[in-house]
Design a binder for this molecule. Sequence first.
Ligand SMILES: [Zn+2]
Ligand SMILES: [Zn+2]
Length: 83
Amino acid sequence: MANFYCEHCGSKYSSVSSLTSGTCPRHPNGPSKGKHELYEGSEKPQYTCKFCGSKYSSIVSLTSGTCSRHPNGPSKGKHTPAL
Ligand SMILES: [Zn+2]
Ligand SMILES: [Zn+2]
């Protein structure tokens, strides 16, 4: 069965409907200010931040780090996985 991940926090769900019904602790609007949003890329052994190129072994660890090249400004947001 496929897994579905939130692009903001890396939470894993077995369906898109359950993913998007949950509140996201790392939502870009602020903690718990929005729902999890689907990461539309495939599962990979390594994930790359689309802004700075940092590599992490999971979306959870990638999105926990602050991005020095975030479009909102340096360290104004988290790394975001490239598809
Ligand atoms: Zn989330
Ligand atoms: Zn980054």
